[in-house]
Design a protein around this ligand. Structure first.
Ligand code: PMV
Length: 314
């Protein structure tokens, strides 16, 4: 028997960084993301008679996924934990793939853990005859494997605040997402490690307070359709997270000269046009842009003038 599920990635505008409780992935602060429906992971599960679960790449669209031994272990541990929720002791062959190119630094764990959780819920509902879990239940389970993955169960702007995970309605729908790939290198510091390391930064003590204030301000300006203010809040917010990285006791950094060059181009675009995309960065050197759907011409113009031929844009 075989089961299949797909889940999208998401990009945080107010970042989840730091945990209150590592055992249950309770975030130190609420986060707000936008779901990226064009960046998807697919997971299949095949019931197996082996003693142990096994991971294999799913050969799809010529993008063969490779997982480091540590990433594979984390993925299979989450499958094991999900099976415990259903008191299921059988084994699976789990296969996974992303629909976006490999090694582009966007292989967010959010999409893959959400797809694994969805697929396991389908398989174990069939195999144990237990009731199919609600989407909120699945999102809460997924959070155990990767905190940010819980937001991938919902569409549009998604708020994750402790046990509450929900779509937030705003006047902005169908945003255009572009990721500028500055570097394809694998992250040096895993997100699990980053959540721990940031706690040693002198700026960490007030971090939750800053994130909360920005969240409230961002929700308000999105409702008021004040796009320029939303851009400024998101700009401060990703710099805040990257500042925690560089001021940790074991510092690490992702903003390269190349990243800075593109960030400066984006600042200039805003200065000239008095308009532009919301700009954010995840824990990596790549830059995410969110444009309103009415800004398609501006998005095309910026890409043709400054990005095409220089950077891979997804
Ligand atoms: O879900 P994790 O544990 O991989 O952490 C992700 C943290 C960030 O991507 C850096 C921020 C976020 O809120 O997605």
């Amino acid at each position: 028997m075989q089961w299949l599920a797909k889940a999208p990635s998401n990009i945080a505008l107010i970042k989840y960084m730091g945990k209150q409780n590592s055992d249950h992935n309770i975030a130190a602060n609420p986060s707000l993301s936008y779901t990226l429906n064009h960046l998807q992971s697919t997971v299949t599960l095949e019931h197996s008679h082996e003693q142990r679960d096994k991971w294999l790449p799913l050969c799809e669209q010529n993008n063969q996924l490779t997982l480091s031994p540590a990433a594979e272990k984390r993925f299979l541990q989450h499958l094991h934990w999900l099976k415990q929720q259903f008191n299921f002791s059988g084994s699976f062959i789990v296969r996974s793939a992303n629909n976006f190119p490999l090694g582009c630094g966007l292989a967010s764990s959010a999409a893959s853990f959400a797809a694994l959780t969805k697929c396991t819920a389908l398989a174990l509902t069939d195999l144990t005859a237990k009731p199919y879990p609600s989407i909120l239940q699945q999102a809460t389970w997924s959070r155990q494997g990767s905190g940010s993955s819980c937001r991938s169960f919902f569409d549009g702007f998604v708020l994750w605040d402790n046990d509450n995970i929900q779509t937030i309605d705003t006047p902005y729908t169908n945003l255009i997402h572009k990721a500028i790939v500055i570097s394809q290198e694998e992250k040096l510091v895993s997100s699990t490690d980053a959540h721990l390391r940031v706690c040693s930064s002198p700026h960490y003590a007030m971090r939750a307070q800053r994130a909360n204030l920005r969240l409230q301000a961002l929700l308000q300006v999105l409702q008021n359709q004040d796009w320029a203010k939303a851009y400024r809040i998101c700009w401060e917010e990703f710099h805040d997270m990257h500042n925690l990285f560089t001021t940790a006791a074991q510092p690490f950094h992702y903003i390269t000269a190349e990243t800075q060059h593109v960030l400066t181009l984006l600042e200039k675009l805003w200065e000239i046009e008095q308009d532009g995309p919301i700009v954010t960065m995840d824990a990596g050197p790549n830059i995410h842009l969110l444009y309103r759907c009415s800004q398609q011409a501006l998005a095309d113009h910026f890409q043709q003038k400054y990005l095409d031929g220089r950077y891979h844009v997804i």
